[in-house]
Design a protein around this ligand. Structure first.
Ligand code: RTP
Ligand code: MG
Length: 183
């Protein structure tokens, strides 16, 4: 999946560059880039996602789920909950010294959220691509945050930033018996 996302984003750029009457060195760079991506090893992973309070309030649970499913991600665990301030502070502990921390805690506890486990090929990276940049104003068109986020605080979704984070975040909300892997 990462491969196909890579190709859908990058190949048009390659084609554009290739169509330009470019000097020989530039052609060489293109030839090296494409095979490297084609050989990329993929693996089935699980990642953790939150549909944040603004997404629930805006009634776009179904629309956001379509982005995941279209990217080949399967929802293998899901529940609605409302984070207590203690839970939110523990979940986002890595940001406790950041200036935006109080605002983040206030926002993420302001209403119900849906916590989910998503599974698929390269799920962590694929989900980050589908989500887009933290700040919706900097996200690419077609990503969840560009399409549904309001600002850097109210940005519709959370997604794990690494496999290690995913393991911690999944265990924070789900028991193994609540996760229904497709593998
Ligand atoms: P997330 O953890 O929610 O998936 O978002 P992220 O990795 O893209 O961004 P991160 O740096 O981990 O920030 C966590 C959440 O904190 C809020 N935030 N506000 N400058 C700010 O005001 C600011 N920066 C981050 C966002 O809600 C962000 O998703
Ligand atoms: Mg993060």
């Amino acid at each position: 999946m990462l491969k196909s996302l890579f190709f859908s984003f990058v190949v048009p750029v390659i084609s554009l560059t290739a169509a330009t009457p470019a000097p020989q060195e530039e052609t060489k760079v293109i030839e090296v880039t494409a095979p490297a991506a084609a050989e990329e090893v993929t693996e089935i992973q699980q990642t953790f996602s939150i549909l944040k309070p603004d997404a629930i309030e805006n009634n776009i649970i179904g629309e956001i789920s379509e982005y995941y499913e279209s990217a080949g991600l399967h929802v293998v665990a899901s529940k609605m909950t409302k984070l207590t301030p203690e839970q939110a502070k523990a979940f986002y502990a890595e940001h406790k010294d950041k200036p935006f921390f109080p605002k983040l805690i206030e926002y993420i506890t302001s209403g119900p959220v849906i916590v989910q486990v998503l599974e698929g090929e390269d799920a962590v990276a694929v989900n980050r691509l589908v989500m887009g940049a933290t700040d919706p104003a900097k996200a690419s068109p077609g990503t969840i945050r560009f399409d549904f986020g309001t600002d850097i605080t109210h940005n519709a979704v959370h997604g794990s930033d690494s496999v290690k984070s995913a393991e911690r975040e999944i265990a924070f909300f789900f028991k193994p018996s609540e996760i229904f892997s497709r593998q």
